[in-house]
Design a protein around this ligand. Structure first.
Ligand SMILES: NC(=O)c1ccc[n+]([C@@H]2O[C@H](COP(=O)([O-])OP(=O)(O)OC[C@H]3O[C@@H](n4cnc5c(N)ncnc54)[C@H](O)[C@@H]3O)[C@@H](O)[C@H]2O)c1
Length: 385
């Protein structure tokens, strides 16, 4: 007898405890966190009901000028704090504004902050909620590909200070995170490209099946092409990324072990490129994609990354249209790059470490075993095949 088709893709069957009726349940530290991936924007009533917040309680919606239209679909009459958009707004001034507006609307510890936006808004709102009256309720509506696949999941909050990204922050997960695929229709192509690199990274860290999925979903980063049916193309990949990151964070919620640190694949080289090229010149994803290729070259030189795997990862990144060659066209001075690399804050016991792909996933290697000469060769493109 022919079996009826399973309603779930192959990976759901492996982890039934995480997936029920469109919701993904994780526990980050002691805190349960549910991710809802749906086509449509949730209503305020749904958010209040699911977070067990009384409809009479004070609520503050937080968004930026580009996500205000989404916020209005959630609620037109609840108090809303609208910030300017962009990384430059991820500062103490914005946190103070969120907290001031929460106080003005009488938000108490039974109230709810709802952050609606990309990683900047969700990081800021999550930080404000985590310190407001020693912790108030928090839900997020993530609206960028990078937010859905990375920033909104896992409980890291924060803002930039003294010119250093995320210098101040807390670990404080939202109880509910909503990902509405319809909002991706308005995402500019640059933001798609930024998020896609994190998706490729997740696939490298997960399995050959997920890498195949990334390959099969490849499409151009053109606003028009993506605007037609972004949800249909991306749903499986976003779900997969949420599951992979969620499981890794559950294992190592405060990055005290090595599991969560693996999510930094491509980031040491990528952050250094972002700094050396001038912050804002490249999108985060473009830098991470370039950084993943450098991580493959490093892994190969150390005998950790099999050549065939390095070739496959490089091919996928190139197919998505990222710049892959070294030195990067925007890198004017290798010394600035090395200085930025040495200043990377992802250090363990004061030592710099790199994540490099191995045969199946990736491993963390200490910079102790990597000479400066090797790094220079990689950045100069001497090891490119
Ligand atoms: N907490 C974490 O674990 C974590 C992980 C990765 C990144 N981050 C942080 O995330 C931030 C980057 O996030 P991002 O890339 O989402 O940037 P972002 O929040 O600045 O959003 C990018 C741009 O897209 C606009 N936008 C957002 N949603 C839109 C939509 N649906 N339609 C049209 N425009 C839209 C925004 O207004 C902004 O101009 C960084 O500050 C980074 O540090 C945090």
């Amino acid at each position: 007898m022919k079996r009826p088709p399973s309603p779930y893709p192959f990976w759901y069957r492996k982890i039934p405890e995480i997936y029920t009726n469109g919701n993904y349940s994780f526990t980050f530290g002691q805190t349960p966190s549910q991710v809802h991936i749906e086509e449509q924007i949730p209503s305020l009533e749904t958010i209040l009901k699911e977070s067990n917040t009384s409809s009479a309680a004070a609520v503050l919606l937080v968004c930026d000028t580009h996500t205000e239209y989404i916020t209005k679909k959630i609620s037109r009459n609840r108090p809303t704090c609208v910030l300017e958009s962009g990384e430059t707004q991820k500062n103490w001034g914005s946190v103070e504004r969120i907290i001031t507006e929460a106080r003005e609307v009488g938000l108490g510890r039974d109230g709810l902050f709802i952050g609606i936006g990309g990683g900047v808004i969700t990081d800021l709102t999550s930080f404000a909620a985590s310190v407001y009256m020693r912790g108030a309720g928090l839900c997020l509506v993530s609206t960028t590909l990078l937010g859905m696949t990375d920033a909104a999941v896992g409980g890291k909050t924060g803002f930039d200070l003294l010119g250093i990204k995320n210098l101040v922050g807390t670990f404080s997960p939202a109880s509910h995170i909503y990902m509405s695929l319809e909002v991706l229709k308005t995402l500019p192509s640059r933001e798609w490209k930024s998020g896609m690199a994190e998706l490729i990274k997740t696939a490298v860290l997960d399995s050959a099946e997920t890498l195949d999925l990334v390959k099969s979903k490849k499409m151009p980063f053109l606003d028009g092409a993506l605007a037609r049916e972004p949800g249909l193309h991306m749903k499986e990949l976003i779900e997969r990324a949420v599951l992979v990151k969620g499981r890794m964070v559950e294992t190592d919620p405060r990055e005290t072990g090595t599991e969560r640190a693996l999510l930094n694949l491509g980031h040491s080289f990528g952050h250094a490129l972002e700094s050396a090229a001038g912050l804002g010149t490249l999108s985060h994803g473009e830098a991470v994609a370039w950084g993943m290729i450098r991580a493959c070259e490093l892994g190969q030189a150390l005998g950790i990354t099999p050549p065939a795997r390095a070739r496959e990862i490089t091919k996928i990144i190139a197919a998505y249209g990222y710049e892959t060659a070294a030195p990067h066209s925007l890198l004017k001075d290798i010394r600035t790059f090395i200085k930025a690399l040495e200043g990377d804050k992802k250090k363990k016991a004061g030592k710099l470490s790199f994540v490099v792909p191995d045969a199946e996933r990736a491993v963390l290697v200490s910079a102790d075993i990597i000479g400066l000469r090797l790094l220079e060769q990689i950045i100069n493109g001497d090891l490119q095949q």
